[in-house]
Design a protein around this ligand. Sequence first.
Ligand code: NAD
Ligand code: SER
Length: 317
Amino acid sequence: MKRILVSGALGQIGSELTVLLRQLYGRDNVLATDIRDDVNREVIESGPFELLDCRDGKGLSELIGIHRIDTIYHLAALLSATAEQKPQMGWDININGLYTVLEVARENRCAVFIPSSIGSFGPTTIKDHTPQDSPQRPSSMYGVTKVAGELLCDYYYHKFGVDTRGVRYPGLISNKTPPGGGTTDYAVDIYYGAVEKGHYTCFLKGDTYLDMMYMPDALKAAVDIMEADPASLRHRNAFNVTSMSFCPEDQAAYIRKHIPNFEISYDIDPVRQALANSWPNSLEDYAARVEWGWAPDFGLEMMTEDMLGTLEKRKGG
Ligand code: NAD
Ligand code: SER
């Protein structure tokens, strides 16, 4: 049975992944950590929790010893819009945090899951069906940290044999914990706007295509890649994974199938629009499908039905 530490466990992914990991591997075998403890009581109370800054190698090492950890899900990071506002902090948390985690993993022989992103691509990347192995020249601090992170993970595997594995997530959509300062946040907020007000003001242009994924598929990817037979992994890190590509107008049209009077208007945020313009419209994920059997369950129609159903139920009761 794996003994897991999750960093950034109270964020959008961690708050759901930690609960799933506890179901799969046992409550006491999954230690949640975060730099804060003022949100997500469910994660804090459903198993062990410790305050931890991922840049604190000594604290991380101690927790790994105490809890006999063999696998780290390293989710602590600043997302694209926040890292663009605070680039020095973005570098510090995303790179120095990852370096610390990899060093501690090397010393303690832990496996590491690390999510990269569509943000690791840049304006010179092929925009449609972006292949697994493509040019990556991102123009944002977030992208710079994601490409450097991918390379660092490859390096620790080849040089030191650390079992690093990871995926490039698209924008993630969920109904539990709000996203934390990303460019793709609109695709979550739009459902809340639809259910609460019948209206949403979008900060990206209506025809901006991006890759997206529903959280249950993102969680499945995180679990499956860490359970995959290492012999079948040729890439190991930074696998493209995708399940759908759409723009705000497409999403609004699907919402109108359930809420016919739903209206969308636009108030463009130039920073996030520039980030979105520099990212692919859609990814190609053949390597993940072949090397560890990746296959998503949700498309735009099913996700919209599920999101709206869940939010309506919550509003009603
Ligand atoms: P999030 O912002 O929702 O959560 C990040 C968590 O990290 C927060 O709970 C925060 O308190 C914590 N944190 C911040 N600084 C910390 C530090 N120094 N030490 C410890 N914890 C710290 O982010 P998320 O959406 O859950 O993303 C997790 C990972 O997945 C990130 O690497 C992100 O780049 C990647 N990713 C996310 C998406 C997405 O759409 N959510 C898409 C692609 C990749
Ligand atoms: N959803 C993330 C962001 O917008 C992509 O990595 O920052």
